[in-house]
Design a protein around this ligand. Structure first.
Ligand SMILES: NC(=O)c1ccc[n+]([C@@H]2O[C@H](COP(=O)([O-])OP(=O)(O)OC[C@H]3O[C@@H](n4cnc5c(N)ncnc54)[C@H](OP(=O)(O)O)[C@@H]3O)[C@@H](O)[C@H]2O)c1
Length: 240
């Protein structure tokens, strides 16, 4: 069993998940990165190692519950423990309104944003109970307050994450398990390329950067074990 705390990060190959990986490794965690694109995971793992940290990759589609359970088994075989989750895997589609969405997109978004998050927590929970683990669910500003542009599936799935976190906290507390509903406003990542109107460089420059969110996640993960951050909303000053 590794001495270092082990953090499983979904969506770890880009954006906020990648920034969290770099920050958490600096804080002393061994980071295990999951996402569908193995090359992206490998590049982030290399970046972590180049900075002196410890990283592993587990390519995974979190919408596939069987694959999630298998990945959990591989993680535990390799590392022997699991102390934290950062669930940043997320999807949206440009066609997101009632008048242009497809049910195929709706299902794919809910499968990743909601069911995929629940699947990873479900698979990890026995180990998290042993460790007194910490779960950070990367939800959205749209999971905290209604955002007209966010879309039907995205708003519904992210809003539901608030309940996922609350039930987890209510039932996990006796095992020292704590969870955070993290609600970022606009963050300059590839995610914005899926908006119906893609923001330009000037718009992205006044948004949060992935590293801003990684610092907030670090604050949550490094809080003393008796401290729980139930919900954390973080937005750029420019957010409307
Ligand atoms: N950017 C924003 O303004 C913003 C604001 C609030 C909240 N968020 C949320 O923040 C989270 C991270 O997004 P980001 O902004 O950092 O964008 P991003 O770089 O596009 O990250 C999303 C990540 O999720 C992974 N992913 C998507 N579907 C997956 C699946 N089924 N299984 C495994 N991995 C999957 C993607 O990797 P693969 O494609 O390789 O699988 C990607 O690495 C998302 O949950 C998003 O909803 C974003």
């Amino acid at each position: 069993m590794t001495d270092a705390r082990v953090l499983w990060i979904t969506g770890g190959g880009s954006g906020m998940g990648a920034a969290v990986a770099v920050q958490a490794a600096t804080d002393g965690w061994t980071v295990v990165l999951s996402g569908r694109r193995a090359d992206r995971l490998g590049a982030v793992a290399e970046q972590v190692r180049a900075a002196g940290g410890s990283a592993d990759v587990l390519p995974l589609d979190t919408a596939d519950a069987e694959a999630v359970a298998t990945a959990r088994d591989v993680l535990l075989t390799r590392h022997g423990r699991l102390d934290g989750l950062v669930l940043a895997a997320g999807l949206n589609a440009p066609e997101r309104r009632w008048d242009d969405q497809s049910m195929a997109d709706f299902r794919a978004i809910v499968d990743t944003n909601l069911t995929g998050v629940v699947a990873v927590v479900d698979a990890a929970l026995p180990s998290l109970r042993v460790a007194g683990g910490t779960v950070v669910v990367v939800s959205s500003y749209a999971g905290w307050s209604f955002q007209p542009g966010a879309g039907v599936a995205y708003s519904a799935s992210k809003t539901a994450l608030a309940s996922v976190v609350r039930t987890l906290n209510q039932q996990g507390a006796e095992h020292g398990v704590r969870a955070t509903h993290l609600c970022p406003g606009d963050v300059a990542t590839d995610f914005l390329d899926r908006r119906p109107v893609v923001p330009d460089a000037a718009a992205r420059a006044v948004m949060l950067q992935p590293e801003d969110v990684a610092r907030a996640v670090s604050f949550v993960l490094e809080a003393p074990p008796h401290v729980r951050v139930d919900e954390l909303v973080i937005s750029p000053v420019a957010q409307r």
